[in-house]
Design a protein around this ligand. Sequence first.
Ligand SMILES: C[S@@+](CC[C@H](N)C(=O)[O-])C[C@H]1O[C@@H](n2cnc3c(N)ncnc32)[C@H](O)[C@@H]1O
Length: 261
Amino acid sequence: MGALSATRRGIARSLYALVRTAAPAAYAQDGMISVHSHAFMQEPAFQRAYARGVKAIGGTDTYQWHWRIHIGLWAAAIAARLPGDFVECGVNRGFLSSAIMEYLAWNSLDRDFYLLDTFAGLDGRYISESERGGGAMHRNAEHLQSGFYVDGVDEVRANFDEWPRARIIVGPVPDTLGQVSATRVAYLHLDMNNATPEVAALSYFWSRLVAGAPVLLDDYAYLGYTPQKLAMDEFANSHGISVCSLPTGQGLIIKPPASSP
Ligand SMILES: C[S@@+](CC[C@H](N)C(=O)[O-])C[C@H]1O[C@@H](n2cnc3c(N)ncnc32)[C@H](O)[C@@H]1O
């Protein structure tokens, strides 16, 4: 982690601790402070799913992603009522996808969950000048060095071993998109921390997404990822829709019925 980002994280953590001291019931972590109800954190099903996500990253919750995971589980539960497979582009160690598979008892469902990642960080060929200027490749190197980004797929495969229909696809998006054989997609999560492969994936899956399918964009409103927001807004505008900006930093699209492909 670079000195500047370490300092920023340190300041944020101190601020969260201060808020929780003043208002113990507040939610203060992961870029978000809220006094609104986060009672979902007490639900046993949420807790089991979250714990499975934590197991995927090695057993210690260094992420503190509760509200983000709540949104992901909510979206996945909607998607489970629709026909189609699930797809995540940007899996890393599998925190959210493992939580979802636990939450939905994946082996009881007749579906595939496609999990696409380089499992080696960002692919420099797809990083725009503005992302590069904003430090994307520098952050990528930090994340690989610190172990936040997994480097290699073996431990990821071991994590997903309990779910035979977890379909791990190794390599850079968009190059690997053709390996997803799903003709109908009920859930799409994009979390690659760079815009070009995310827009390529959304364009690729748009006509395969069934009406009502949630498309969750992990970085849409997150501090420091403006190029992804701009790119997704452009995609949304060109399809006559808009992205719902969430206070977690995520963005949410619902595939409208009879949308033009
Ligand atoms: C923030 S992590 C994903 C976190 C994950 N969704 C979770 O729940 O823990 C971003 C991931 O995107 C992957 N990635 C970045 N660019 C990619 C690309 N062009 N193709 C495939 N994976 C990519 C990285 O390797 C990294 O694992």
